[in-house]
Design a protein around this ligand. Structure first.
Ligand SMILES: Cc1ncc(COP(=O)(O)O)c(C=O)c1O
Length: 384
């Protein structure tokens, strides 16, 4: 009976080209992966700097497991708080020039916990229309009123703020948008925040480790780190591991420790994850050429895509969409690339709008010129 309800929904998804299945990787998630017994070049991961399988990170994980075991053993307030989590938090806070930071088990958990905890009745939670689902889910269950402003359209944001029908306003955005690869106007957002005496929350999940002189993200690159009141990051993309964090004032962090249900009522992050993140931060500090290479790759790849007449929108980064339209078209394109040896995901609703289904190409610093040119050659099939 219950199954029948869902079966018809699943059938409908299949008919609409919206059904999802998980490819099974038979290898780690590096530049090259193994799927279905075949090697593929991965243009699908967020492992932008190739750190997930860097030998130094792996060694840090092994050493950490030897010393700390794996699971944290309990919630951090009860018995799961370990020295590596404390040490990582100090390091993140000083790197991001904030008073304190707090590590969570994922970036998703970080966003939902923060938004549900900090918002109060009468608050305005203003989000860019394209923010990540974890922010959307956070504001949906928050106590304030949430409204969207048109993607990167600051006049729409100021219109919302001009209403002055709120007690406090939170301006919330991703810095690098995960499906379009475009960048939030952080300098202008910092000015707007100051003008309206609002709170600025920026999710740097896709930019941390790769942008900015010290890899601290786009806010660092645009010199507005100090204007960001609530800095969100993840350990699971360029840092090659798993976990999420927030950095901000000591008062905000103490409030989260005392009130955030997504922090209090869950097992703490394993020490292994924290020591892996520290190893990743060491590599990022010692080898800035990795991020530089990635940025150079991205600029080459975008220019070539535009020369080929591919619809890559306003991408300004190593996340490069090729917008194709209907779900079925994106699926077919992904399958063609798969057969040619490239793993590039088809992105469909609800992640993107129904008519803007796409291939989402994500580059890595480890990709070679040949890798990129090989994919570009295949992409000529999707010229407009
Ligand atoms: C902007 C943004 N924030 C947060 C997250 C969630 O991070 P995590 O994968 O660590 O849960 C993602 C994941 O894709 C993201 O794109």
């Amino acid at each position: 009976m219950l199954d029948n309800d869902y079966k018809s929904e699943l059938t409908a998804l299949k008919q609409q080209g919206m059904h999802r299945v998980m490819p099974v990787l038979e290898s780690g998630c590096g530049r090259e992966i193994v799927v279905g017994g075949c090697k593929k070049l991965a243009f699908c991961s967020n492992n932008y700097l190739g750190l997930t399988n860097d030998p130094r990170l792996i060694q840090a994980v092994k050493d950490a497991a030897d010393q700390w075991g794996f699971g944290a053993g309990g919630s951090r307030l009860i018995c799961g708080n370990n020295v590596p989590a404390e040490s990582l938090q100090h390091r993140l806070a000083s790197w991001l020039r904030k008073e304190a930071s707090l590590v969570f088990t994922s970036g998703y958990a970080t966003n939902t916990a923060i938004l549900t905890t900090l918002s109060r009745e009468g608050d305005l939670l203003a989000i860019d229309k394209q923010v990540h689902a974890s922010i959307v889910d956070g504001v949906r269950s928050a106590r304030g009123t949430w409204r969207t402003w048109g993607h990167r359209q600051l006049d729409k944001l100021t219109k919302l703020l001009d209403r002055r029908d709120y007690k406090r306003a939170f301006i919330i955005t991703d810095s690098l948008f995960s499906m379009d690869g475009d960048i939030a106007p952080l300098v202008e957002l910092a000015q707007i925040k100051a003008h309206y005496n609002a709170v600025l929350m920026v999710d740097e999940a896709h930019a941390i480790g790769t942008f900015g002189p010290k890899g601290a993200g786009l806010a660092e690159k645009m010199e507005v780190l100090s204007a960001v009141d609530i800095y969100i990051g993840t350990l699971s993309k360029a840092l090659g591991g798993s976990g999420g964090f927030v950095a901000g004032s000591q008062t905000i962090i103490d409030t989260l420790i005392n009130r955030a249900r997504g922090f209090i009522f869950t097992t703490g992050i394993p020490a292994v994850n924290c020591l892996a993140a520290e190893a990743a931060l060491d590599i990022i500090a010692a080898e800035p050429e990795r991020a530089k290479r990635l940025i150079t790759h991205a600029s080459y790849f975008r220019d070539k895509c535009r020369d080929l007449g591919l619809a890559i929108g306003d991408s300004e980064s190593y996340i490069i969409p090729v917008i194709l339209g209907e779900p079925q078209r994106a699926l077919e394109a992904s399958k063609l690339l798969y057969d040619a040896g490239f793993m590039v995901p088809a992105i469909r609703p609800p992640t993107v709008k129904p008519q803007s289904c796409r291939l989402r190409i994500s580059l890595m610093s480890e990709h070679t010129q040949e890798d990129m040119d090989g994919l570009l050659e295949q992409l000529t099939r999707f010229q407009h």
